[in-house]
Design a protein around this ligand. Structure first.
Ligand code: CDP
Length: 224
């Protein structure tokens, strides 16, 4: 049987990974999985339950009460936390401010990675995150490592949140992105790092169409 194709997209916060991943999945009829949404949904669970984030044992025990599911509609990935659609709420600042702390905990990562690997076992898929090409799918056929100027990244995220009616400032977003990048690249457990065989994609000056063309070009050998 032909092996399924996995496209792993990793990179810094808010640099358009999910925009590219969704566009690729749509064009190629692949499944799209937003691994960041899983860490965000877990974080939302802890915030809602007012779990003391310094108490690792409480956090680990709670994993048994967290059920995450994806369903996709029109190539938009929706995430369900214990059956409730939380796709919008997980993008809000309280989650953004706490997610990297939660994502640095080994046991949380192990649980998420297990679920992600199960999803990628048999289907063609695009998955984006921080450790997809290094830890989740080290054998992925195509790995992209995305980056962009931090100021541009903050402006893009600011526009996105403002369009949804969120009360946020550009400075707050810039700080959050810088802080998450710091936490994600310096943590002990599977830090954000470029896999040796990942292709760098700096989209500071690229349109969405240009970055999609770039990815397709690199995928061509696997699309026959
Ligand atoms: O969309 P954005 O770049 O803002 O972030 P995201 O992909 O939604 O991920 C949110 C956070 O989850 C990241 O800052 C990481 O701390 C964590 N994450 C991770 O540790 N590993 C992944 N595979 C995906 C996300």
């Amino acid at each position: 049987m032909k092996k399924n194709v996995v496209v792993a997209i990793d990179g810094y916060s808010s640099c358009g990974k999910s925009t590219l991943a969704k566009a690729l999945a749509k064009k190629l009829h692949f499944i799209y999985v937003d691994s960041g949404a899983m860490y965000r949904a877990v974080t939302l669970y802890f915030l809602r339950n007012q779990t003391d984030l310094h108490q690792h044992d409480l956090i680990i025990d709670a994993l048994d009460h967290i059920d995450l599911n994806f369903h996709s509609r029109d190539y938009q990935s929706h995430i369900l936390l214990n059956g409730e659609e939380v796709s919008e709420e997980i993008r809000q600042m309280p989650v953004s401010e706490n997610v990297s702390k939660i994502a640095s905990i080994k046991e949380i990562r192990q649980a998420m990675v297990k679920q992600q690997q199960k999803m990628g076992r048999s289907k063609n898929m695009v998955m984006d995150g921080r450790d997809i090409g290094t830890v989740v799918f080290p054998d992925a056929q195509v790995k992209l490592f995305m980056t962009a100027d931090p100021k541009i990244r903050a402006e893009r995220r600011y526009k996105e949140l403002k369009a949804k009616g969120e009360e946020v400032s550009l400075e707050e977003i810039f700080e959050n992105i810088a802080h998450r990048d710091y936490q994600d690249t310096t943590r002990q457990e599977s830090p954000l790092i470029r896999a040796e065989d990942a292709i760098i994609l700096d989209n500071t000056n690229l349109t969405e169409t240009e970055q999609l063309d770039f990815a397709i070009e690199n995928l061509k050998p696997y699309l026959v």
